[in-house]
Ligand binder design. Structure first.
Ligand code: ATP
Ligand code: MG
Length: 436
């Protein structure tokens, strides 16, 4: 008999089916045993009665997370016995149970609230919890919607390298890797150079890339390995164009997430983010003045939270753009218009108190770029490979980078970005905790 997915059971009332999945919960009522069976489509109740004595014997041994196949008849549950959701209206009366895999005793029941370290220590188990399944279902939708929106807007996806010969940002802390011919390679801190190079090839390029940061920061917003969705576009007037593309993309992602996971936000004690017709844009100067602060070269995490509260209160927006940071605080390739100096055409997008995206118009003139490198103490010789893109004709261009984990974490208001990372790496763990 072919397998039926749990979600299709309401249409199968009165027929015999075979379902398969994990024992989510087992309730032993002596003569009757109830098993909640979880598959990828949902959870359904099965009941094992003395009418199926062999199945009942097996059901007595079953425990949480055992993997089973169950054959039986689908019945509508009486009105006063209905459970939650669509599947709450049906149950499977078991005729036959086959155990596909046993589970050892669990260290704790799935769904029990455990501290973050315990959660991370047991990810192969805790990723099965409702909370984790929600988080990563939402993240998959974010990725899908992000890609779809960029493709609709004329961007072509490419795959960026993870092993790089030089550290892209020329200074950001990078992990070193032993490479062939006694050379040192690095794990990419950003796909920046490659997406700029791809502007020369496809004009509008994007990539979903792994980035690696060796900064020794133990915060709730930093990972050693993160995923960024980066795009870059040619023929722009200024940074407003990539900001508009980003705004459009974020709007489409939020709409899709809200449509597909409408019930999820309430489970996390939040709601779908608010985006007004236009996301507010403030210069750094305006943002600091709004907060009653003196001029400063950057915002600290408290300022970021403060300005997000302002945007929510005054503009009904969970998002706010900050522009015109001092050029010296931004990456070397950030464009500065002489009339706007010493401020650059960089921007950050803040979402519910946190930076989730940074972007800018970039420098596109070869000589100016070489001069900027020299100003910053970088050796242009070491960047010859990248500089070819500018030697051979590069339009004015710009783009930005969204951190997937941070975006996901703020969507559900998770306190720590690690919860929005299936397998987080940080200063004290790669899967298992590191020992000194
Ligand atoms: P921060 O100042 O918060 O450390 P950043 O400005 O160094 O971040 P960018 O280089 O601008 O980060 O990277 C673009 C985006 O990638 C960030 O806005 C963020 O969403 C994400 N990101 C960068 N570094 C990390 C990290 N270590 N962990 C998680 N996400 C990151
Ligand atoms: Mg940034």
């Amino acid at each position: 008999m072919p397998r039926t997915l749990n979600r299709d059971l309401p249409k199968a009332v009165g027929t015999s089916v075979k379902i398969a999945g994990w024992v989510d919960v087992r309730r032993d009522h002596g003569k009757l045993i109830f098993l909640d069976i979880r598959d990828r489509s949902g959870i359904v109740q099965t009941v094992v009665t003395p009418k199926a004595p062999e199945a009942l014997e097996i059901a007595k041994d079953l425990r949480s997370e055992w993997v089973v196949e169950i054959e039986g008849e689908v019945k509508a549950r009486p009105e006063n016995m209905k459970g939650e959701g669509d599947l709450g209206g049906v149950e499977v009366v078991a005729a036959k149970i086959v155990v596909l895999s046993r589970a050892q005793e669990l260290p704790f029941e799935l769904g029990t609230e455990v501290n973050l370290d315990t959660h991370l220590d047991h990810l192969p188990l805790t990723l099965r919890s409702k909370r984790s399944r929600d988080i990563f279902a939402l993240q998959a939708t974010v990725l899908d919607a992000y890609r779809a929106s960029l493709m609709r807007q004329g961007f072509k996806e490419f795959v960026a390298p993870t092993l790089v010969g030089g550290d892209a940002e020329g200074g950001a802390a990078a992990f070193r890797v032993e490479y062939f011919k006694d050379q040192v390679a690095f794990l990419a801190t950003s796909p920046q150079f490659y997406k700029q190079i791809m502007v020369g090839s496809s004009e509008r390029a994007f990539t979903v890339a792994k980035i690696f940061r060796a900064e020794k920061s133990a915060t709730t917003r930093h990972l050693s390995e993160a995923t960024c969705i980066d795009f870059e576009m040619g023929f722009i007037e200024n940074e407003r164009e990539p900001m508009r593309v980003l705004e459009e993309t974020i709007r489409e992602v939020v709409q899709k997430v809200a449509a597909e996971h409408s019930d999820m936000f309430a489970r996390f004690g939040t709601s779908a983010p608010q985006i007004p017709a236009e996301i507010p844009v403030l210069t750094l100067k305006e943002a600091l003045a709004t907060l009653g602060k003196k001029e400063a070269p950057d915002m600290d995490p408290e300022d970021e939270r403060g300005i997000c509260e302002w945007a929510k209160r005054e503009r009904g927006s969970d998002f706010v753009f900050i522009t015109r940071y001092p050029t010296k605080k931004r990456a070397f390739y950030t464009y500065e218009d002489p009339e706007e100096a010493p401020y650059s055409r960089g921007f950050d997008l803040l979402f519910r108190g946190l930076e989730i995206n940074s972007g800018a118009q970039r420098m596109h003139d070869y000589d100016a770029l070489v001069a900027r490198m020299q100003e910053r103490g970088l050796d242009p010789e070491k960047f010859q490979y990248y500089l070819q893109a500018f030697k051979y004709g590069m339009p004015p261009h710009g783009g930005c980078s969204t951190g997937l984990e941070r975006f996901t974490a703020r969507l559900l208001e998770l306190p720590n970005v690690k919860e929005a990372t299936a397998f987080p790496r940080d200063m004290s763990r790669i899967d298992a905790r590191l020992t000194e």
